[in-house]
Design a protein around this ligand. Structure first.
Ligand SMILES: C[S@@+](CC[C@H](N)C(=O)[O-])C[C@H]1O[C@@H](n2cnc3c(N)ncnc32)[C@H](O)[C@@H]1O
Length: 289
């Protein structure tokens, strides 16, 4: 089945108002960090960050389905030798706004470059904050299972004979039964740490996601034909990956050059690869119904 891809150029605080209530299954985004990258697309002072973001998160709360999830990639910088607290303040304010702060995933940047600072080590991780509207949200955990490796064998080696035959009814913990269950499996559930290299090959945007990042969350929180939104789409990584995974996509970008780049990269809405090979072309609209 075909999917739609709708992109808008402008400030997402305004453009989000065009989207319907409760219409999006997953939001994955990375807004500009406070005071970072001033030279490229404007920085927001850390003191103003929460006030700047709250009207946007209010719109995101409105457009997200009750069963949906919002993943916010963000990391506070160091100011005057101290970590800024704006991310922590933002979490508290978003909770007041009605969001549940359900989980925090860590993006471990496997390829962060070496360096030396007098009072800290190099930054090798960023936050991926998970927010929800409701405690009952869609989650497809089996879609992100990882190979078991030799964990079960190594773990069993350290157990006594009694441990190996331990009966749930005797200890009341279920531990013995769990171990034997895992022995017969070749896949385990992942942790909340994602080990992904930063994207160095995307010459078109200075802060592009590695494709594996949105892909992992799209697999975990959506199914085919669900909808994925990135209100700060940049080079469009979230949309391009979502479209490839047969999800409907919506993106917003303030800078015309990035908007045009994504416009060229996406398959036109309602066009299949087959249509394109035949030379059919449909206009891409700035509206999403
Ligand atoms: C960190 S980058 C996102 C990169 C993206 N994840 C990717 O893979 O390319 C943030 C983007 O948000 C855009 N932006 C900044 N303020 C915005 C606003 N108010 N509304 C929409 N886009 C905005 C910037 O121009 C920039 O391209």
């Amino acid at each position: 089945m075909k999917t739609t891809a709708c992109i808008y150029q402008g400030n997402c605080q305004e453009q989000l108002k065009l989207l319907a209530n409760d219409s999006v299954d997953l939001i994955v985004t990375s807004p500009p960090y406070a005071d970072q990258r001033k030279s490229t697309y404007g920085g927001i002072h850390p003191d103003n960050y929460v006030a700047w973001f709250l009207p946007i998160s209010a719109q995101l709360l409105r457009v997200l389905k009750p069963s949906g999830t919002f993943i916010l990639n963000i990391k506070e910088k160091v100011v005057n030798g101290e970590r800024s607290t704006y991310v922590l303040e933002l979490i508290l304010e978003m909770r007041k706004q009605g969001w549940l702060w359900t989980e925090e995933f860590i993006w471990h940047k496997k390829n962060c470059y070496p360096g030396k600072w007098p009072n800290r080590f190099r930054d090798a991780w960023e936050r991926l904050l998970q927010f929800n509207k409701s405690r009952k949200f869609n989650m497809y955990q089996e879609e992100v299972m990882v190979p078991m490796g030799d964990w079960a064998n190594a773990r069993l080696k350290n157990l006594s004979k009694t441990d190996k035959v331990r009966d749930i009814s005797k200890v009341g913990s279920g531990f013995g039964k769990n171990i034997s269950n895992w022995l017969s499996r070749d896949k385990a559930y992942p942790t909340n740490v994602l080990h992904l290299a930063t994207e160095c090959n995307n010459k078109n945007h200075s802060a592009a996601f590695p494709e594996g990042l949105p892909e992992w969350f799209i697999r975990l929180f959506t199914q085919e034909q669900d909808s994925v939104l990135d209100p700060f789409m940049g080079s469009g990584t979230t949309l391009i990956v979502a479209q490839r995974m047969n999800r409907h996509t919506v993106g917003i970008e303030i800078l015309p050059e990035y908007y045009e780049m994504v416009n060229a990269a996406l398959l036109p809405a309602n066009l299949s690869l087959f249509d394109i090979e035949l030379g059919h072309e449909l206009p891409k609209s700035e509206s999403c119904v």
